[in-house]
Design a protein. Structure first.
Length: 272
């Protein structure tokens, strides 16, 4: 009897400890989609994403997004770089407006809660995605920041909802004031935060059109990673890393979309 009691105690302790250290499982609890703005990638370069290595993540592109070179002086183009002298149009209109306002699109990440509201906004500059800081709220006292890992637990595992501002209209002003010259305005730096994620159609890896609203209205949270695709004609889109290096000097440290999505796959969809 004493042996049996000891075995039961040991088994109970083992189960308790394994529960304490069990990894969080996000399988079936959240949809993740990587959206490459532009034509379907054809070469394995900085902005190419290989779907075969991402079994739990949808990979999509926006081949109807168009770009046209603006008629500006050569000296202006040299100073501003190729990206800032281009005009974007076509579909999805939301991405065209975004690029016209902000010029750079690489690993911009949004956590959309189960009601389709953007609950967290950030960007991944390196492969330490779990600790990447983003904004989930802001007010007169500034922005409230938590890490991507904390936001995933809050809005996916715990099922929290964003403080939806139904009066807010998503805008991408062409005269963007979010620069080091004018100071930061969080309402413009994070224009989609605390509002419904704008609906748009993207082309998945099978060539089928998918509506973003169909993902965000399925009762599950969604994670959207936006990045610039490489077009068949390399002159169609500027090299994102080049324009970023002009302002940050961090182009070499910017992690590729492939590595970001693989890291999400590894950390949040691991079956081990």
């Amino acid at each position: 009897m004493k042996t049996l009691i000891n075995m039961l105690i040991i088994t109970g302790i083992t189960l308790f400890m394994s529960g304490c250290f069990a990894e969080k499982s996000y399988l079936g609890k959240v949809d993740v989609i990587g959206v490459g703005a532009g034509a379907k990638p054809v070469n394995p370069d900085m902005n190419h994403v290989e779907k075969a290595m991402l079994p739990n993540i949808m990979v999509a592109t926006t081949p109807e997004l168009q770009v046209q070179e603006q008629d500006v002086h050569t000296n202006v183009k040299y100073v501003l770089g190729d990206t800032l002298t281009k005009e974007y149009s076509g579909e999805p209109k939301m991405l065209a407006d975004y690029l016209n306002a902000y010029s750079v699109l690489l690993n911009k990440v949004y956590i959309i809660d189960k009601n389709g509201v953007v609950a967290w906004s950030g960007s991944f500059k390196d492969n330490d995605i779990e600790n990447a800081q983003g904004v989930y709220d802001y007010g007169l006292t500034g922005a409230d920041r938590i890490s991507f890992d904390e936001a995933m637990e809050k809005f996916v595992l715990d099922g929290d909802e964003a403080d939806f501002d139904d009066d807010k209209v998503v805008e991408f002003p062409k005269d963007n004031t979010d620069s080091f010259l004018s100071g930061f305005s969080y309402s413009k730096k994070y224009p989609m935060l605390l509002t419904k994620f704008p609906d748009m159609e993207v082309l998945n890896s099978h060539g089928d059109k998918v509506s973003m609203s169909s993902l965000s209205n399925n009762g599950k949270p969604t994670v959207v990673v936006l990045y610039m695709s490489k077009a068949p004609d390399s002159s169609m889109f500027a090299d994102v890393s080049r324009i970023q290096s002009m302002f940050t000097g961090e182009s070499n440290s910017r992690v590729s979309p492939q590595k970001v999505l693989q890291r999400i796959e590894e950390v949040y969809f691991s079956t081990k």
